[in-house]
Design a protein around this ligand. Sequence first.
Ligand code: 5GP
Ligand code: MN
Length: 336
Amino acid sequence: MELLRDKTELLLALKMHLKEVKNIAITTHINPDGDAIGSTMGLMLTLKSLGYNAKVITPNAMPAFLNWLDPNNEIINAEEQKDLFQTTIEQAELIFCLDFNTLKRIEHVGHAVEKTTCKKVLVDHHQQPEEFDYMFAFPGASSTCEIVFEMLKALEWKKYINSHAANSLYTGLMTDTGSFRYKGTTATTLRVASELVDLGADPAAINERVNNASSLNRLKLLGFSLNEKLEIISGKGVAFIYLSKEDLADFDYQPGDTEGLVNFPLGVDEIKVSVLIKEQDNKIKFSFRSKGDISVNDFARTYFDGGGHVNAAGGVSFDSWEATKTKFLNAVNEFF
Ligand code: 5GP
Ligand code: MN
């Protein structure tokens, strides 16, 4: 329990608090990824086994390759199920906030959460977390799933983690560590993975569902991006790929289709920072990745109202691509 060694009193307070409530809402960030869905489902299923009325709310839809994590369609997509989302938040006696560090990251769901008077529990591994009533923020942890597992174990609820919850938590561990390769992968991460396998998680089946289930269009979008759209900023070790709405439409883009694309340029020795830039409805979305000590978290926070981790962060621009590109190139010149 090394992760939670200084949190004994907080865990005790949370356990006492949990004795007083029944309705629990669990939220996670916009454009949920494997860690977001894995951690919320893992927590929800375990709380349900304990008799709680627990519900997961996401600000928008998850990518199709994660649908198997929610076989009974229990997740409330706040964008589509507006009334159910509102009543669930209003009736909640405790709200868990998983895999994000500021309510800004859950957009419209955040406004509803802010209006409630119940206590909020943050469980997260991003840098610079906001203050919540109960804080379980560990920027050194591989994933939110790792923290959720350690919390459930510390609360003496490990026996309530069923095999689907174990699969869910393992998914976040696997996706947020790039299959146990990135820096956040510690002895604790690997120990948690092993305990989840003991509880019924199936690593090969999860890999199959997450990594080997893409469409042909997605594969072609990857080829197009690397062949036609990759640009290198010489002398800076920075690579970037810009995909306009039209580019994405040409390949029948579905949420999740660019997952992992930003990592490919980092395979080149001299490229230290890789950036994927996507045009969306009303904004331009950045994905930053870096090697070693280069902090794309700092870069994203400084120039693009974003944040994340040292080696993986995101940001946003509401200007046109032309204005955004100029700003980006100037920022790269200044920062790197
Ligand atoms: P991705 O590039 O995979 O979307 O995100 C990389 C990391 O940065 C994730 O941990 C994600 O939660 C975080 N992130 C992505 N976009 C934003 C953003 O706009 N603001 C902040 N604060 N974090 C972000
Ligand atoms: Mn995460």
